[in-house]
Design a protein around this ligand. Structure first.
Ligand code: ZN
Ligand code: ZN
Ligand code: ZN
Length: 237
């Protein structure tokens, strides 16, 4: 965290040095990115990202969308669809009006289109059958995503009634957990562990971790089947 000198912020341990949360799904040479936050450019350069077939957004908070402008070079190969719900669609249009206006130079904006997502309705993007699901992020309902036996839910502090059944039978759940103490819009550890038990995925990986969590202390205290994620983590599905 900017301006903090706690042990985690001073740590040189790579697992404690965290960029903003995001996940890249890859299969058969196709790739789909969930969220393009403030650190997208650094993350893409670090991991040599050279193509992207689609992007989906969970919601329009800065740490999930402010990297969208850096889709430019990838979008010149092929226009990139960005999947959004109604609320996020409005925010993206207001935040990046120049994405959607004709300009003399193609290079001055990413070549993207917005695709509307509806919770509970499967859509195929970049060849992935993707099920958007609703989660509570404070008073807002935002999106999480399921594809096959994998689900990614970040920035949530509650799972709405209609979503539980959509999360049945998961192999891997990635769930956002911010800290130990309660927070208005994010899960803290205790209720997250309750939700994890109820979802019952074989393996759960925690993401969106704040500097209150030291990777290794957290790993030691989590129950079996639950582990902290870290930047660059790869999960084979
Ligand atoms: Zn700190
Ligand atoms: Zn958020
Ligand atoms: Zn966030």
């Amino acid at each position: 965290m900017v301006g903090c000198d706690c042990a985690v912020c001073r740590s040189s341990e790579p697992n404690n040095r965290r960029f903003r949360s995001s996940v890249l799904l890859e299969e058969g040479g196709r790739s789909l990115l969930v969220d393009a936050g403030t650190d997208f450019r650094s993350q893409a350069l670090r991991h040599g990202l050279s193509r992207l077939d689609a992007v989906v957004l969970t919601h329009a908070h800065a740490d999930h969308v402010l990297g969208l402008d850096d889709l430019r070079p990838l979008s010149w190969q092929k226009e990139i669809p960005i999947g959004v719900d109604e609320q996020t669609q409005g925010h993206v249009k207001r935040m990046f009006p120049y994405f959607f206006t004709e300009t003399r130079s193609k290079s001055s904006r990413p070549q993207v289109t917005l695709t509307r997502l509806t919770p509970g309705e499967v859509i195929t993007m970049a060849g992935f059958a993707l099920l958007p699901v609703s989660v509570w992020h404070g008073d807002d309902k935002i999106l999480g995503f399921r594809t096959g036996d994998f689900a990614y839910l970040t920035d949530c502090n509650g799972i709405p009634d209609e979503t539980w059944e959509l999360l049945a039978g998961l192999e891997v759940l990635v769930l956002g957990v911010l800290r130990y103490k309660p927070h208005a819009t994010h899960f803290h550890l205790e209720p997250a562990l309750e939700a994890i038990r109820r979802v019952g995925a074989k393996r759960t990986v925690l993401t969106h971790l704040s500097h209150e969590f030291d990777h290794f202390s957290l790993a030691d205290e989590l129950p079996e089947g639950v582990e902290p994620g870290y930047d660059g983590m790869v999960i084979d599905l």
